[in-house]
Design a protein around this ligand. Sequence first.
Ligand code: ASP
Length: 722
Amino acid sequence: MIRLKAKGSLLCALLWSVSLFNFSASIPDEGMFPLSELSRAGLKKAGLKIAEKDIYNPGQIGLVDALVQVSGCSGSFVSPNGLIITNHHCAFSAVQLASSPEFNYLKNGFVAHTYEQEIEAQGLTIRITKSYEDVSEEILNAVASIDDPAERINVIHKMRSEIAKRAEAEDPTIKAEVSEMFIGKSYVLFRYQTIEDVRLVYVPRQDIGEFGGETDNWVWPRHTGDFSFLRAYVAPDGSSAKYAKENVPYQPKKHLKVNPKGVNENDFVFILGYPGRTFRHRPAQYVEYQQKYLLPYTSELYDFQNQQMLAVGKEDPKTELALATRIKRNANVMKNYRGKLKGLQNLDLVGSKRKEDEALTKFIASKPDLKAQYGTLMADIDKHYQVVFEMAPKELWFNNIYSSMSLLRIAYTIQDFKEAILKQNGLQAQEEVFALNINQVKEYLDNIYGSYDLTVDKNIARRMFEDAYQLDGSNQLNYFAKKNFTRKEEAGDYIVAALDKSKLNRKETLYDMILKDIQSLKHYNDELLTTQKGLAAERETFDAEQKRREGMLNRLMGDYVAVKEQYQAKNFIPDANSTLRLTFGNIKGYSPNDATYMRPFTTIKGLIEKGNSGLAEYEYPESIKTAWLAKNFGAYLKKDLNDVPVNILYNMDTTGGNSGSPIMNAHGELIGVNFDRAYDATINDFAWSEDYSRSIGVDIRYVLWIADKIDNAQFILKEMGI
Ligand code: ASP
């Protein structure tokens, strides 16, 4: 999304909003407690040794003030000078952007011994939750008498943004957001402080931070040093400011105390963080949609994309580096989705959800008042999903075409910019809009070109266009119907030729020939731009239909949760939605397969054993082996293991977005950093279970050992007071 500026106002241009339908399961719903529900969690009984109000106490300082959201991840302050600990994979894209084949920080790591040596972590921003307020009543009252589904969703969106704007006007130092807690049922206004200047402080080398690579991703036992350190900076007057030399380290209200002694098996632990999304309060059909359509389609597409990128990257180190983040993100999602598919099959979640829904249908029928209010609810849900199933191929194609093809996004941006200019009255106004936006447009395009390769784009475009040619019936795209291709290969050849001929396919050509002045931009056209325009127009119609369905679903899901709460006679905990949550549990092993028991700690010994396999992803720095052989464990030894613990396993309820979350002991001290889940726990997003839900963190003793003994980054320990 890029916001083009108009004179005095903002022209908001929506790019390719990847608006998926979100549906899901339930079974155990507890685990990710919003701040408002902390008292329901039973923390003291479970083993918390500090007062609950030491975690969160409105108007006072608590542990939550040490928590940050780092772009899509979580993190925490660990010093009074804005030092943040998060995951290596959360800083990955920023490290990639700071790297070049000559200074490859991704591969070799990065250590800044002084503030001056710290470098900008491009693309990373920080949010800190300041306060929250329930605004459900205001929103629900506004839609109470609206029947039209599209109108209903429009008003909800409008109200959410108006309430947020009102909060920002009341306090211009904050950013506000209204989050939907339960679809169509409850809404909370969150006020955030934001920090835009984030810098890299210490990032271990890739064969530590990403040890095990994709082979070990979503896998236990694990030996990954998935940590990194960043620093938050603000303007000298304390306000949030973009990266600037004169900015100063931010002084958080609270930072976490690090306990270098770590934890033991069965110890009580808790996590504060910003879990992304879960879908537990959804009907059976939502899970069915995931299992039959979304998960297989996406994992297969990402697999194909990665094959293209890996093949091209092999030929050239610069391209390899440029594509690294895209490949990593795809691979991460792909494996997660395959894990979910395995879990869905093994557990037959759709089957058990269906039974639950049947019981709910009977419950509604058995109570006259419920029957009067919700009599058609379950049938309406089913009707809704039948349409979703039918249109899934087209929806998935549309939701992936722009994110798959860099050049289509570039074409969209150019077209959008061009149209914003052409809309102006007279040349002078056009010139002004051009001048006002050109830098921002280029900045946006730089980002896309930063991870772009023409061959990759052409191969992906061919595949996507051949797929689209084969969509038929109600899924057929008008654009393709009009084109009269006779074979799928023709559709593929057509788009490849368009990309080959377009001047957009080289950044330099685009900047020097088309974006050099307003006349060149106004008069440029090519087949790629025309294609993009055709698709965008059709997408608009499709989006309108999606919005209508979203509006329907909004009401249905609101009712579904309300009646289900009555049926189960309890209040649910809302699904994760990127807002601050607490989860707790214990350091605990598990038994994922017959006759198997997984212990909850791994060691350097295990890391070295993996290395003996000869697999490239298990290569590690020789200095690790040297220090280990010399038993140079320092204070980081865990006596019963006679080794330094590397990763830990626990039964807390986490999901994507919890990456980088601090793991704390009963006293609220940091003892590790969450970074992943075991393969079976990928299904957490639909249903959590004590049997298979296990998450993975890096033990603080390993972080400290690496910093101290391997990377000579003792300054980090000193700054954290160790
Ligand atoms: N590593 C995970 C992620 O990709 C964290 C998780 O989902 O548990 O976000």
